[in-house]
Design a protein around this ligand. Structure first.
Ligand code: TZP
Ligand code: MG
Length: 214
């Protein structure tokens, strides 16, 4: 799990300025280790259109052995036979999701140590902590928690698989890993890059190099 979290790409059609399939292809080519389909925000696809896009993105991930996680839509994850589900604190309770998805991966968004402990009690496979820094990609994002929250959680929960999210860039990936995260989850650092594949490769190298040192 900690290996898979290294470079976790999160994306939906709203985040892309070009064809999401092309964006995902380039990101996979660049070395992402996990993918989350997060179809959210203004203009997000719904119903059958959402399903069709998910299906195509899943196919790309399957071909390259990249775990495919669905954000906050248990029905979709089950229908697609996706690899897992990611839920936030305001979504369906993690315990219930765990019951519904059996042994698929379960990720839970957290903001503090109490929420980490709750997620672990609900048998989450990993937690996503954030926003670490201010983000442009989530309308209802809470206040940035900074690197100190990563350190705080790591000091109390030494083994929890933890991916950091929110405003992480090529400049901040290294300190985030040094603070104790097992990986970085990014939207805009990849989606808004001019050369997606090259940018992804750079992020991958920074994460891997920093993890090796730790
Ligand atoms: N959850 C907390 S911050 C965030 C989510 C989904 C958005 C991350 O996007 P970016 O562009 O990498 O800051
Ligand atoms: Mg959610």
């Amino acid at each position: 799990m900690k290996q898979m979290l290294s470079l976790y790409f999160v994306m939906g059609s709203v985040d892309c300025t070009k064809d999401p399939l092309a964006v995902l292809d380039e990101a996979i080519e660049g070395g992402i280790t996990m993918f989350q389909f997060r179809e959210k925000g203004k203009g997000a696809l719904k119903g059958v259109e959402k399903y069709r896009l998910a299906e195509k993105l899943l196919e790309r991930c399957r071909a390259r052995n990249i775990p495919f996680i669905v954000n906050d839509d248990v029905e979709l994850a089950i229908a697609l036979q996706a690899d897992g589900v990611h839920v936030g604190q305001e979504d369906e309770a993690a315990e219930r999701v765990r019951d519904r998805i059996g042994n698929k991966y379960l990720g839970v968004s957290v903001h503090n140590l109490t929420e980490v402990k709750k997620a672990l009690a609900a048998h989450a496979d990993y937690v996503g902590l954030g926003p670490i820094f201010p983000t442009v990609s989530k309308e209802d994002a809470k206040q940035a928690c900074g690197l100190t929250m990563i350190k705080h959680i790591r000091a109390h929960e030494k083994h929890v698989p933890l991916v950091a999210i929110g405003g992480i860039t090529q400049q901040t990936a290294k300190p985030v890993i040094e603070a104790g995260a097992d990986g970085i989850a990014v939207i805009s650092a990849i989606c808004r890059a001019e050369h997606i594949c090259e940018q992804t490769k750079r992020l991958y190298e920074i994460v891997m190099r920093t993890k090796q040192k730790g």
